[in-house]
Structures are given as structure tokens and as C-alpha cells.
Design a protein around this ligand. Structure first.
Ligand SMILES: Cc1cc2nc3c(=O)[nH]c(=O)nc-3n(C[C@H](O)[C@H](O)[C@H](O)COP(=O)(O)O)c2cc1C
Length: 175
């Protein structure tokens, strides 16, 4: 199983998450090839069992380079993907001190929905998604970000193992 990991990190936080993800997957004997989106052509990605797309947020959406990249993909319908975004930690309201809820945030923060729309519009199938926060506009990553990436990696592995086991299980059940 090989994973292609395409990121659009500008200030290095997403690149750090990618490097950590690669390390975690290597410990599970899964090979991850990490590329910045400027290093590869979207229509000529190497074959892989899973594609991970990672983008920073910009004005409520994925950064423009990633939006363009995703529009130009040429992957077969049914290809599995996952997304990891780096997004600004929500700020407490100046008057009330209350941090916006996920529902409130979702009104102006559409980084993951936009990526999912672009990918699912091409028939790709999502098997995982995670948001990692940065505490300032350019970073650093929030405390404990590694734990989020660990869980993301573990959930992807479980999903890939399940789907690999599915044909054998179906054959056993049919026998
Ligand atoms: C001009 C500008 C606009 C931004 N707008 C958003 C935004 O709308 N939503 C968000 O979550 N993060 C926003 N950010 C913060 C990014 O999430 C942050 O820069 C990024 O996650 C860092 O990742 P990177 O180091 O991999 O580039 C913005 C940052 C800049 C510089």
C-alpha cells in the first residue's frame, strides 16, 4: 500500500504535519510520498491506494493553489482520498469571550467543505478528514497536534485494512 500526500503548505505548518504523518505511517509499514503541489502535475499523480490532500485555510476556503490543483486532478472514479487542513484556531468574541461553536464557524469557514465538493464532484471517495489548528495566522501548530495526526493515521490504516479484508470476508460469507 502506498499513499501519495499532496500539500500546499505556505509557512511550514502543513509540511510539518505531512512529515509527521509519513513517520507515523512508516512505523505501520505504509509508505507515504509527500510532495508540495508545486512539485507535481495534478493530472499525472503517481498511482497510490490513497491520496491525502492537505491545505491551509485562506479567507474561509482552501488556499487558491490547492483549489486549482484539485480542479485539475485526473484520478479514476472511486479513488480513495483523505484531507488534512491547517486552519486558524477560532478567536473568542471580543465582547463575550465566547469561542464560536463548530456550527457558527461553518458559516464562514468552508476549507474542508470546498475540498470535499471538488473531490467528490469527480467521484472520489473520502475515507478520512482532520483539521489541525494553528494558534497564529502563520503558526505555530496547536499543542497536541501530533495526537490529532496520530488518530488520523490510525483511522486511515484501519479503513484501508478493512477494505483490503472485505473481498476475502465476502468470499467467506458467500461460501
Ligand atoms: C492572509 C491569510 C488569510 C488566512 N485566512 C484563514 C482563514 O480564512 N481560515 C483559516 O482557518 N486560516 C486562515 N489563515 C491561517 C492559515 O490557516 C495558516 O496560515 C495556515 O494554516 C498555516 O499553514 P502552513 O504553514 O502550512 O501554510 C490565513 C492566513 C493568512 C496569511
Amino acid at each position: 500500500m502506498k499513499i501519495e500526500y499532496l500539500h500546499a503548505s505556505k509557512f511550514g505548518n502543513g509540511a510539518m504535519a505531512a512529515a509527521y504523518f509519513k513517520e507515523q505511517m512508516a512505523a505501520k509499514s505504509v509508505d507515504v510520498d509527500v510532495h508540495h503541489i508545486t512539485e507535481v502535475r495534478p493530472a499525472e499523480l503517481a498511482p497510490a491506494g490513497l491520496y491525502v490532500f492537505s491545505s491551509p485555510g485562506r479567507f474561509g476556503r482552501p488556499i487558491r493553489g490547492m483549489r486549482r490543483f484539485l480542479k485539475k486532478l485526473s484520478l479514476p472514479v472511486g479513488t480513495r482520498y483523505a484531507i488534512l487542513t491547517t486552519e486558524a484556531a477560532p478567536k473568542p468574541d471580543k465582547k463575550t469571550g465566547r469561542v464560536p461553536t463548530e456550527d457558527e464557524l461553518a458559516k464562514y469557514q468552508r476549507v474542508r467543505p470546498v475540498m470535499n465538493e471538488l473531490l467528490q464532484g469527480q467521484g472520489l471517495v473520502k475515507i478520512g478528514e482532520v483539521k489541525v489548528l494553528v494558534t497564529g495566522l502563520k503558526g505555530p501548530l496547536e499543542d497536541g497536534w501530533e495526537t490529532k495526526v496520530d488518530s488520523f493515521a490510525a483511522a486511515l490504516c484501519a479503513s484501508l485494512e478493512n477494505s483490503a479484508a472485505a473481498p476475502a470476508r465476502a468470499a467467506r460469507e458467500a461460501a
